[in-house]
Design a protein around this ligand. Structure first.
Ligand SMILES: NC(=O)c1ccc[n+]([C@@H]2O[C@H](COP(=O)([O-])OP(=O)(O)OC[C@H]3O[C@@H](n4cnc5c(N)ncnc54)[C@H](O)[C@@H]3O)[C@@H](O)[C@H]2O)c1
Length: 151
């Protein structure tokens, strides 16, 4: 079963509320020798996902706006013996995204799995500007499709 089919199975099981933990289910999938890109991998859900994929044998590329945090996260995770690299970029920047994906592909020969966790929010409420909205939609929405286009 390929990674795409495995993830599709994961989603179907989740929707059916099959009583199995995500960690147990991920452990049953095959990530060894796969290359994963995790956006927003410097913190929160992305960082936890990156760590788990590394523990399961994947080579993980962390894409994050926060260069220092991404580099630190990758260094911390490498110390556990897994293969982590950090790329500092804004996922809503199409050229930077394509360039980073190309670098990963050159380094590992393939990109098998994409996990989009990079996100930003509007805290200004009614004072939010058009530019604020454009940014949120671009990062949280459009970039999640664009990364599939370039990968
Ligand atoms: N944490 C929760 O309880 C929760 C619950 C439901 C949904 N979510 C969703 O999950 C996603 C991640 O949440 P989180 O708690 O891990 O957030 P987080 O703030 O901890 O992590 C987001 C990461 O994305 C990075 N990032 C932001 N904009 C970026 C950009 N333009 N390019 C590259 N990297 C960028 C940040 O630097 C950060 O490292 C969000 O979409 C959030 O809405 C979170």
């Amino acid at each position: 079963m390929g990674v795409t089919e495995q993830l599709s199975l994961l989603v179907r099981l989740y929707r059916r509320k099959v009583p199995t933990s995500g960690r147990k289910l991920m452990g049953s999938l095959e990530f060894a020798n796969r290359t994963a890109v995790v956006t927003g991998g410097a913190s929160g859900i992305g960082a936890a996902t990156a760590q788990q994929l590394g523990e399961l044998g994947a080579s993980v590329a962390i894409f994050d706006l926060n260069e220092a945090a991404a580099a630190q996260r990758a260094a911390d995770l490498r110390s556990n013996g897994s293969d982590f690299t950090a790329y500092a970029l804004d996922v809503s920047d199409d050229q930077a995204l394509a360039a980073a994906i190309a670098q990963v592909a050159v380094r590992t020969g393939t990109v098998d799995l994409l996990v989009s966790c990079a996100a930003c929010f509007i805290s200004a409420g009614r004072d939010a500007t058009r530019s604020d909205w454009d940014r949120v939609l671009s990062v949280n929405g459009r970039a999640t499709t664009q990364i599939e286009v370039v990968a």
